[in-house]
Ligand binder design. Structure first.
Ligand SMILES: [Zn+2]
Length: 133
């Protein structure tokens, strides 16, 4: 998903900022892909930066293609993350982390192509990403 002008829907100009939506009518913060406000129904939504911090709500192992050296699907963890800002987002979890409800995570961006980025989450403590090889 790419917004007009080539800017990716998810990422802010810094390429490290997850952008979410805010309703201009009632100020509710919404998921990045929202097109209307779930509270008042308005379609006047602006893009605002998220903290990128959240916690895991639920997760499931799923086959994921395009992450390895070949095209074989690899088992990866797909999770619903409740952002500290409020909205929930469904995304991949990178690295092996001890999963439990409420596990803190932080967004980072992986690259699909030369200018395409998508959000993934890593386990973290105190707002700092922790990569586990
Ligand atoms: Zn609204």
């Amino acid at each position: 998903m790419t917004a007009a002008g080539g800017t990716h829907l998810w990422a802010g100009l810094s390429a490290r900022t997850l952008m979410i939506r805010r309703c201009e009518c009632c100020d509710l913060l919404l998921a990045p892909v929202a097109v209307t406000c779930s509270s008042c129904g308005s379609d006047h939504l602006s893009r605002v930066p998220s903290t990128g911090l959240g916690s895991m709500v639920t997760w499931k192992l799923a086959d994921r293609t395009g992450v390895g050296a070949d095209d074989d699907a690899l088992p990866s963890m797909l999770a619903v993350v409740a952002l500290d800002d409020g909205p929930w987002i469904c995304s991949w979890i990178e690295g092996e982390i001890a999963v439990r409800p409420g596990r803190p995570v932080r967004v980072e961006f992986d690259h699909l192509g030369s200018d395409e980025r998508y959000p993934v989450f890593h386990g973290c403590q105190h707002g700092t990403a922790v990569r586990v090889a």
